[in-house]
Design a binder for this molecule. Structure first.
Ligand code: ZN
Length: 139
């Protein structure tokens, strides 16, 4: 197992200083999900206004992959139109499944998570917050 690859510096940075962490006083969707295999928990708060993700925050605990992925996800979709966010979700899923590589898409910091795709048991960790986002957007 190549730990250097899995815990890239950018992942640790998001884990130690998560972006958009906390709750929202007003939100349009709240989704709570867990990954029992690893013990990861995510609660996502979304405020969608005029088909745009106006605000997004999350609370959670668990491994560095799950929490860093949530932090990166909120940065990637905040302020974006819902259809653009759905496209990012599908690209991220594709990268995690190994269907597409990071250089085929513009995922910014999220590309650091590409190494996780090599560790099937951790893919669920990385995808947890994204599943929450998808559910929140379809509410
Ligand atoms: Zn995990």
């Amino acid at each position: 197992m190549v730990l250097d690859d899995l815990y890239r510096e950018v992942i640790l940075d998001h884990y130690r200083s998560p972006r958009n962490k906390g709750t929202l006083a007003e939100y349009t969707a709240e989704v709570e999900l867990s990954n029992p295999v690893c013990g990861d928990e995510i609660t996502l708060y979304l405020k969608v206004v005029d088909n745009t993700i106006d605000e997004i925050r999350f609370e959670g605990r668990g491994c560095s992959i799950s929490q860093a992925s949530a932090s990166m996800m909120t940065e990637a979709v905040k302020g974006k139109p819902v259809d653009e966010a759905l496209k990012i979700i599908s690209e991220f899923h594709g990268m995690m499944k190994g269907d597409i590589t990071a250089d085929q898409v513009e995922l910014g910091d999220l590309e650091a998570l590409q190494g996780v795709a090599k560790f099937p048991v951790r893919i669920k960790c990385a995808l947890l917050s994204w599943e929450a986002l998808q559910q929140g957007l379809s509410k």
